[in-house]
Design a protein around this ligand. Structure first.
Ligand code: NA7
Length: 543
């Protein structure tokens, strides 16, 4: 039953990706009436939109999946070590069907505005289809990387060929056969797309502004025996994930990279390189992300691998990151990325030396001349972490908008609730561990905390939870302090908002680890929601 105009729900969930589906499932268990609005014409979120060639998760499939249902864990058969986008999307559809979630999901409907009615203690939501609903609780499961960044290159509209952003890839197949193709951007999306496009295109030119550190994925089909062996101990494995620092299970390092000699370090780095884990190199020593000299030993190791893979020394040098420490921008997992530059029809353009002047009807013009093209692929990233909340007109208590409150950077308590926006929760939002972790583990933790919080309110006859401004200020300071102990904040990246012109520069994620974050969230709940004000309609607030 699609909600009719004026419908009232206990809860509205915004976005039907991995977070939104799980949030719906949990809210239903509380017996609440809930609806999910999804802007796209189907469910899946990230895995619906990012269907570009080569799109693949860089966390292993048997780790990057829901853990809440042991039956689901047992019945789903992951095919590859690192699942490609179509396989993950099939999984998302399977979950929606298995738990009967679809009947409460409204597709093709974007929530455009949410206004808090302080008298009625509810949110009034508007959508782009004209439907308006109200809800006591709103959960924004709008994604941490869901608003694509348009690089706004002059002349884009004049191009006579096709332009596709990786995060808005067409549903139908895009053929590159016989075509001259450009990829702009060499973050994780570009790095995944390049080798796959290179297989088909007549010519591929990669326009690079900043090179990435790309580690080999070593992807392969999963063997039946290894699937079975992990499934046999899945409950313990899932529990270990939950208690881990980043949502993946590994033995933490104990020594500084600077305590080891070069031979020992190289052996450790080679072993990690051969294993093919996104964070394999980070896990070799304790101080890779906190000490520049330690970090440089890894950075130089990766550069040595680039030099030994790419046959043209000038191209190898251009592909070698030198302007920022290893992993202070998200490292990438690649499959045949550096090898692609050895193909005769693949070329690299260094945008630092020859920036794009404009896009013309025929292609891309740089000071070196015009590159004639049939297809331009924009792999230029996202307005990460805050973009999807800021895209909605959210008006809280006293008519203050979330955009105004966040003008100098996001503010909230525990990454979950912003002061003045009662009963509005965010999953995988700013100032939470989200993008620094395996997000499937993070989203379950946050959804479960939010569900517990709502259950607490309802069970105690309370109608409203709001963060206190002082708890919010303390949380912001703590997140910044933890980040300041690392090499992250000094680097221009989407972690610091530096990829979006005019975005305030703030380190946007909680870098203290998911384990510590979970403890902090649990302690707040156990303490009766410290740092929040809980109140009942007409009753006295309880701080
Ligand atoms: P990223 O990591 O933000 O990468 C975007 C890339 O596009 C990066 O190399 C940028 O260079 C480049 N870029 C952005 N704007 C331009 C313009 N105007 N001209 C040239 N180059 C540009 O996004 P991805 O989609 O690759 O990955 C995002 C995350 O999704 C990934 O980390 C995974 O977690 C999943 P820059 O570095 O800004 O110089």
């Amino acid at each position: 039953r699609p909600p009719a105009d004026g419908d009232r729900f206990d809860a509205v969930v915004v976005g039907a990706g991995l977070s939104g589906l799980y949030q719906l499932h949990r809210l239903r268990e509380l017996g609440l009436t809930a609806v999910v609005f999804e802007a796209a014409d189907d469910i899946g979120g990230t895995w619906h939109w990012n269907r570009y060639p080569g799109a693949r998760c860089d966390i292993e499939s048997m780790s990057y999946s829901y853990s809440f249902s042991p039956e689901l864990d047992q019945e789903w058969e992951w095919r590859e070590r690192y699942a490609a986008q179509p396989e993950i999307l099939r999984y998302v559809h399977h979950v929606a069907d298995r738990f009967g979630l679809r009947r409460d999901i409204v597709l093709g409907t974007r929530v455009t505005r949410a206004v808090y009615d302080g008298d009625q203690h509810l949110w009034r939501l508007s959508t782009d289809t004209g439907r308006a609903v109200t809800a006591r609780f709103v959960v924004l499961t709008t994604g941490c990387m869901s608003v694509p960044r348009d690089p706004a290159i002059p002349g884009t509209d004049s191009f006579t060929g096709a332009v596709h952003h990786t995060a808005r890839w067409p549903q139908e197949d895009v053929s590159f056969a016989g075509k001259r193709v450009a990829v702009i951007g060499t973050g994780c999306s570009g790095v995944q797309a390049v080798p796959v496009i290179a297989e088909e295109a007549a010519a591929l030119t990669v326009f690079q502004r900043t090179p990435a550190y790309v580690l080999p994925a070593r992807n392969r089909p999963l063997r039946a025996a290894e699937r079975a062996s992990l499934k046999a101990r899945y409950p313990e494995f899932r529990q270990a994930q939950r208690l881990s620092r980043g949502g993946t299970v590994f033995t933490p390092p104990t020594r500084s990279a600077l305590e080891a000699d070069e031979a020992e370090r190289t052996a450790a780095y080679e072993a990690a390189w051969d294993e093919g884990f996104l964070n394999g190199l980070l896990r070799t020593y304790t101080d890779i992300l906190t000490d520049e000299r330690a970090n440089e030993t890894v950075a130089e190791f990766v550069r040595s691998r680039i030099r030994s893979t790419v046959t043209d020394p000038a191209t190898a040098e251009l592909l070698s990151p030198r302007t920022y420490p290893f992993a202070t921008k998200r490292p990438c997992l690649g499959t045949g990325y550096y090898e692609a530059y050895n193909l005769p029809h693949v070329a690299l353009v260094d945008l630092r030396a020859t920036p794009i002047e404009r896009i013309t009807p025929r292609g891309i013009r740089t000071p070196d001349g015009e590159h004639d093209l049939d297809v331009i692929v924009l792999a230029t990233g996202f307005d990460a972490l805050t973009g999807s909340q800021s895209a909605i007109d959210i008006v809280g208590r006293g008519g203050v908008t979330l955009r105004e409150r966040w003008a100098d950077g996001p503010r909230n308590h525990l990454g979950l609730v912003s002061a003045g926006f009662p009963n509005l929760f965010t999953v995988l939002g700013p100032l939470s561990p989200s993008v620094l972790t395996n997000i499937t583990v993070s989203l379950e933790q946050q959804v479960e905390w939010i569900t517990g919080c709502i259950a607490h309110l309802l069970g105690n006859g309370l109608t409203e939870i709001d963060a206190t401004p002082s708890a919010e200020a303390d949380w912001g300071e703590r997140v910044a302090e933890i980040a300041a102990r690392t090499l992250y904040p000094a680097v221009d990246s989407w972690y610091t908002g530096a990829n979006i012109p005019g975005k305030p520069r703030v380190f946007l994620a909680y870098a203290g680890g998911l384990d510590r974050y979970r403890e902090e969230c649990d302690a707040v709940a156990r303490g009766g929601y410290t740092g929040f004000v809980l109140s009942s309609a007409g009753g006295r607030p309880r701080a």
